[in-house]
Design a protein around this ligand. Structure first.
Ligand code: NAG
Ligand code: NAG
Ligand code: NAG
Ligand code: NAG
Length: 358
């Protein structure tokens, strides 16, 4: 059913749109994170012993395909001794084989259970979706050795974004980070609008209090890729409302749309504490900070009029830049090689479904 929204042949931009799906389970747990940086940033990028690691992409996510010419991981990301390939004939010698969840649960792809599986080989389960949109994982019990997800406790942590500390003085001031042409109060881009979603309920109350410009085709006009960030830059606030609420599930709606678009994010997602483990506490407004949506709306109106206080939400940009994967289907795959020596082995996910929902 999910395939109705996700056309396998669409380009990356459309893939990101497809990540907006349904579900509204409320889960809030204390954060395990204690740093704004990705944990692997402190790991050596070079294997201690330069034995080559082979990472096999069994099929590409969403039918997307990337040509892997040359020494891709070395040439594009400076990761040595790492062979990334989608040539299935490498199966017997592959150290890791990656399976993207969507195609498995839909039955479009199957695990190669008919092939003799090398004992030392690690099968990697990969998804950037929340449990609400990953389908039934019970059939895969005992098959996977490692997980790759936005979750901090995954074997391969692949967040939608992260912060990097700026080096030294940049000579910039806070005003340099605030787009000059703000003309709307609050904006929202939504492609998968479902009335039962928590975010739809909040939006419907909020629009009674303040004007919200909505785009994305479902409620308001469509925006193409080039229009997205310039449009958001004109808004004081951007509604970074997640499609479902799970620990660590903080997507491009925050990292790209709000942060790179130059609007202050109003977030609906996991707890404030969970966000604060990833981003500074004064970089966003949380829906849960208010006892009612009316109060939130009133606060936004007042804040937009108060230049100095509004600017305080951009101060953190003096110290951090926002980073995202340069290619979400290639760079994290190459990073498997850099983490190889840190993995538990052997390891088996005997109950992937429980891990997913725990
Ligand atoms: C790397 O591995 C090879 C073969 O296992 C071994 O002979 C060699 O001593 C190792 N090198 C280092 C620096 O550990
Ligand atoms: C508004 O300003 C931002 C940067 O300050 C720019 O990227 C964007 O294109 C501008 N939009 C319009 C409509 O001028
Ligand atoms: C930026 O980092 C410096 C050094 O840690 C700190 O003193 C300063 O308060 C930070 N500025 C902001 C706006 O967070
Ligand atoms: C991976 O999982 C399989 C199936 O449970 C298991 O036989 C194998 O030992 C595991 N391999 C590693 C490297 O953990």
């Amino acid at each position: 059913m999910v395939e109705h929204w996700c056309h396998r042949w669409t380009i990356l931009a459309a893939v990101l749109v497809c990540l907006t799906l349904f579900g509204s389970l409320l889960v809030q747990r204390p954060s395990l994170l204690n740093t704004f940086q990705r944990p692997e940033s402190g790991l050596p990028k070079v294997l201690v012993n330069s034995t080559t690691t082979t990472v096999l992409v069994w099929y590409w996510a969403f039918g997307y395909s990337e040509h892997l010419h040359g020494n891709v991981c070395q040439d594009r990301f400076g990761i040595p001794d790492c062979i990334l390939s989608d040539d299935r004939s490498l199966f017997p010698q592959a150290n890791f084989v990656i399976f993207h969840n969507r195609e498995l649960v839909s039955g479009q792809q199957k695990l190669p259970l008919h092939l003799p599986r090398p004992q030392q080989q690690g099968w990697v389960w990969f998804s950037k979706e929340s449990p609400a949109n990953n389908g039934n994982l019970r059939p895969f019990a005992g098959q996977f050795n490692y997980t790759m997800s936005y979750r901090h406790d995954a074997d391969f942590f692949t967040p939608y974004g992260w912060l990097r500390r700026r080096e030294g003085g940049t000579g910039m001031t806070v005003d340099d980070f605030i787009p000059k042409n703000k003309s709307s109060l609050a904006c929202w881009v939504v492609s998968n609008y479902q009335a039962h979603h928590e975010r739809a309920k909040v939006y419907n109350k909020l629009k009674e209090v303040i004007k919200v410009n909505v785009y994305g085709g479902a409620v308001g006009p469509r925006l193409d890729g080039e229009q997205l960030l310039p449009t958001i830059s004109r808004c004081h606030f951007y509604l970074s409302f997640e499609n479902s609420i799970f620990q660590d599930y903080i997507t491009e709606k925050l990292w790209k749309n709000a942060f790179l678009g130059g609007a202050v994010p109003v977030v609906l997602g996991p707890s404030r504490q969970n966000y604060e483990a990833m981003i500074p506490k004064d970089s966003f407004i949380h829906v849960d900070d208010f006892s009612s949506v009316e109060e939130l709306g009133t606060f936004l109106k007042i804040l937009a009029e108060d230049r100095e206080r509004y600017a305080s939400y951009f101060k953190w940009k003096l110290n951090y830049t926002v980073e995202t994967y340069s290619h979400w289907l290639v760079e994290p795959y190459c990073e498997i090689c850099t983490k190889r020596t840190t993995l538990q082995t052997p390891k088996v996910y005997w109950n992937l479904q429980n891990w997913e929902w725990k």
